[in-house]
Design a protein around this ligand. Structure first.
Ligand code: 13P
Length: 287
């Protein structure tokens, strides 16, 4: 059964480790992540962007697939199904469809509007026993080929949003989605430290987990990060393994074109990436 991310993240914050959010795109992704979490006895959060939700034909399909797979694979570790960077409408749809967690990304609204919309969602998600992630200070990334610089959130604004009663808070600290550019300045630990001092127990979320050096990940966890989002890295690992399979001509050998064979190296690559991250984040054995 899907669970809210609340308990797993509060435990992670208190235990100084982080739970990984791995974004899913299809059955192979979901299966690889669930199997790895179970093998490593780790809690896990499955992230679904609005685009990925649409790709999988809608949130109800996603809920059906994940619930069915958990039952068939006997997954007993805590699993949260979470909407990633949701709009207000997207959150409402996922609440309706049976997700156990949502992120409302109101970071592009003026702070008052972000507060108003987040307040409404705090009420609705609490009634359903779901977790809610809010965001302050937008997280940059590649848009139309231009890589933005990661913005740093205002710690006071973080406190205002945290005080509304959200479960976890994503705050920009110079992190961006996708690959980091050569001249990236790194995470702003000064900002993170200031945010944690004001928000206390609140589990903090680090987006853009792909490509952040290990020492920075560890330092971020020591400063209160309890959830780390990883998406691009699994995509790169999947694409690389699939390319190698095709370049080696394996799809032309015997029944190598069978999708169950063609997609297997990519799925194994996702598993290896998820394992590496769970070990780095410290969530292994914490289910
Ligand atoms: P990456 O794609 O950079 O790993 O970021 C994932 C993320 O933050 C999803 O919200």
């Amino acid at each position: 059964m899907l669970v809210s991310a609340k308990e797993m993240l509060q435990k992670a914050k208190a235990g100084h480790y982080a739970v990984g959010q791995f974004n899913i795109n299809n059955l192979e992704w979901t299966k690889a992540i669930l199997q790895t979490a179970q093998e490593l006895n780790s809690p896990v959060i499955l992230g679904v962007s609005e685009g990925a939700g649409k790709y999988m034909t809608g949130y109800k399909t996603v809920v059906g697939m994940v619930n069915g797979m958990m039952e068939e694979l006997n997954i007993t570790v805590p699993v949260a199904l979470h909407l990633d960077h949701g709009s207000y409408e997207g959150c409402m749809k996922c609440i309706e469809a049976g997700f156990s967690s949502v992120m409302f990304d109101g970071s592009h609204y003026p702070i008052d509007e972000n507060v108003a919309k987040t307040t409404e969602l705090v009420k609705i998600t609490a009634e359903k026993g779901m977790s809610l992630e809010a965001e302050v200070g937008s997280i940059g990334g590649e848009e139309d080929g231009v890589v933005g610089k990661g913005e740093c959130a205002d710690p006071q604004e973080c406190k205002s949003i945290a005080d509304l009663g959200v479960t976890m808070l994503a705050a920009g600290i110079g992190n961006i989605h996708g690959k980091y550019p050569e001249n990236w300045e790194g995470l702003s630990f000064e900002t993170l430290d200031a945010i944690q001092q004001l928000t206390g127990e609140m589990p903090l979320v680090l987006h853009g987990g792909t490509g952040i050096p290990e020492d920075m990940i560890k330092k971020a966890i020591s400063l209160g990060v309890a959830k780390i989002n990883v998406n691009t890295e699994c995509q790169l690992a999947f694409a690389d393994a699939t390319r190698k399979y095709v370049e080696a001509g394996k799809d032309l050998e015997g029944k190598g074109f069978d999708p169950r064979k063609l997609l297997a190296p990519g799925a194994e690559a996702i598993k290896a990436t998820v394992k590496e991250k769970m070990e780095l984040f410290g969530s292994v054995g914490k289910a």
